[in-house]
Design a binder for this molecule. Structure first.
Ligand code: ATP
Ligand code: MG
Length: 575
């Protein structure tokens, strides 16, 4: 393609309201343009990159047995009511007539799909009902809509973005998991082809509202990624921070136990307040948090004062249907004290306690006294407070924590979730009453799994990872063009242009994708800067200097110096 024909151009500076590295680079390079926060337009160069990413994804999904379809982006609310997700998904968008005239014609509300379980399940139900037709793997690459609260990470978090979503349907759980494992390999192949294979880690994550099982995320290490990964380098297991099992680093707990004492602590309700007031280290304090389920049954969570509770972990430990922090009035009802003075002593047998292992072996603890304006100090396990049957892990993992599996400190890094796969079991097929007939003509439950991947997020991740201070450095597999050919202007030698045209033609004839900077009103310095910014893997220059030697200059984007080669050698190095 001739650069003179490209209607877009590069920018010297990114717009000041654009804060993420990927979107700043991509906007400057003329790949994308912003409609509004989290919503971008893909320009000719950007669309080429996106299409290449999506084609790689498509090839690997086809190879894994997926059949591609293209589903509607709009759907009736009733479908989402069938699964209960109309009220559950907190980023769901709806669409309806924008003005009175439109609403007069049709006043229905529609969902702008954020994911497609609600459409694929009934689709398959319509066509696939016999055991011979299972398993079935169906996918699409499509635009999704989500009302993301923060959309400041460019392509990493769009309110409108591209997703590849595959859904697999099976006769039983065993076959579902067989496919699940195969799909992990298919995903890794995609990431390898995008040159992020070695930097992409399968991490255990929450199964969401789908299941109490873990789901598996594909997390690509990336400084500006929005997730934090805890990696046990000994076992090789990685966890999203939201589910990482964690132990606090061991401390020396040899210390004399003192006698428990009630202390007057007027108006002191916070951990900082109590440590200051009593002059104790924060590790001696205990947070007592009351939670209740939807029927009002209360449980208590205890954790060391300097740590936070991870509600996901607590939820798993408690095994209630739902769990929420008690409001101050409810706390008062249960403890008899105002909010800020809760403690584990004297709460009665019926309140179950979940004690984080950060408090195991703790001595001379400070706890709320369940009496407004009072705390106890020097509380000790066994003497003042019955040892729990077992300590549990309900803490939010933090850097420096120990992996319980290996006893080693976690390696912690930032990453971006480029894919996520879920064993859904029968969650959706139950909602739609989707059964199949087995060999004996009996109705059996259909098992299902879903597999998401984000091509636009991937494009953002590649821009973040493959770039330097001058601009982008695309991997060959997704670069908008393999070669950026520059014709450098020359006053004294008009043959430079002819020679460049010839190289352009020959490269194209040989199947090389070339962006040809044929602009005759642009200075060499600007052309070089553009080539660095746009980031094609190879830069080829035809100039007065190269003409003298009857050669061209070729340079890899990541190299400092180019080398002079003749045309044949150029072709060879491109191959
Ligand atoms: P996140 O936790 O980052 O919000 P998610 O877990 O809600 O993502 P999934 O429902 O698992 O996302 O979606 C499947 C894939 O789609 C993700 O792994 C990611 O690659 C991509 N994706 C999800 N949300 C976005 C978004 N807002 N912008 C761009 N890509 C996204
Ligand atoms: Mg996810």
């Amino acid at each position: 393609m001739r650069q003179s024909a490209l209607f877009t151009r590069t920018l010297k500076q990114a717009p000041s309201d654009e804060v993420s590295l990927n979107s700043r680079l991509l906007i400057r390079g003329g790949f994308i343009e912003k409609t509004m926060a989290g919503v971008y337009n893909f320009l000719p160069l950007g669309l080429r990159v996106l299409n290449k990413i999506e084609n790689i994804v498509r090839e690997e999904m086809d190879a894994a047995g997926g059949q591609e379809v293209y589903m509607s982006a709009l759907s009736p609310v009733q479908l989402w009511e069938t699964t209960g997700r109309a009220e559950e998904i907190d980023v769901l968008f709806e669409a309806r007539g924008a003005n009175e005239a439109s609403r007069k014609k049709n006043d229905n509300r529609y969902i702008l799909n954020s994911t497609h379980e609600e459409l694929f399940t009934p689709l398959l139900q319509k066509y696939v009902s016999g055991y011979r037709e299972l398993p079935a793997l169906v996918y699409q690459i499509q635009t999704k809509f989500r009302n993301e609260p923060r959309a400041r990470s460019g392509l990493l978090r769009g309110r409108e973005f591209r997703m590849k979503d595959l859904y697999s349907f099976h006769r039983d759980q065993e076959d579902m998991y067989r496919c699940y494992e195969e799909m992990k390999d298919a995903y890794q192949k995609v990431f390898e082809r995008l040159e992020v294979g070695r930097d992409t880690y399968i991490s255990l994550a929450s199964g969401g509202d789908f299941t109490t099982d873990y789901s598996h995320e594909f997390q690509t290490a990336c400084e500006n990624g929005e997730d934090t990964i805890f990696s046990d380098t000994e076992t090789g297991e990685c966890y999203n921070e939201e589910v990482a099992p964690a132990r606090v680093p061991d401390e020396n707990k040899e210390e004399e136990e003192f006698s428990m004492e009630k202390v007057h602590t007027p108006d002191i309700r916070t951990i900082e307040g109590i440590t200051e007031f009593l002059g104790v280290p924060v590790s001696k304090t205990v947070k007592t948090l009351l939670y209740e389920d939807e029927d009002g049954q209360v449980i208590v969570a205890l954790i060391r004062g300097d740590r936070e509770v991870n509600e996901e972990k607590l939820f798993r430990a408690v095994n209630f249907r739902s769990l929420r922090l008690c409001a101050p009035e409810r706390v008062k009802e249960v403890t008899g004290a105002e909010h800020g003075y809760s403690g584990p002593l004297g709460l009665g047998e019926q309140v179950e306690m979940y004690v984080d292992d950060s408090l195991e072996g703790a001595k001379n603890m400070v706890v709320g006294a369940n009496e407004t304006d009072h705390h106890y100090k020097n509380v000790n396990w066994g003497t003042d407070l019955a040892l729990p049957e077992r300590f549990c892990d309900i803490k939010a993992a933090e850097e420096g924590d120990i992996s319980p599996a290996s006893g080693k400190e976690y390696k912690v890094f930032r990453a971006s979730e480029v894919g996520n796969i879920f064993p859904l079991n029968t969650k959706f097929t139950d909602s739609f009453q989707y059964f199949y007939d087995n060999e004996d003509g009996e109705k059996k439950k259909v098992y299902m799994a879903s597999y998401g991947m984000g091509p636009t997020r991937l494009m953002g991740v590649l821009a973040e990872k493959f770039s330097d201070e001058k601009g982008l450095m695309w991997p060959v597999s997704v670069a908008p063009f393999q070669v950026h050919l520059l014709q450098l202007p020359s006053v004294s030698n008009s043959q430079v242009a002819d020679q460049a045209e010839e190289v352009y033609t020959k490269l194209k004839e040989n199947g090389v994708e070339v962006l040809y900077d044929d602009r005759d009103d642009t200075q060499a310095g600007e052309k070089f800067a553009d080539a660095d910014l746009i980031g094609c893997p190879y830069r080829v220059v035809v100039s007065e200097r190269t003409m003298k030697e009857e050669k061209v200059e070729i340079k890899k984007r990541e190299e400092k110096e180019g080398k002079m080669v003749d045309f044949q050698a150029l072709m060879n190095s491109l191959k």
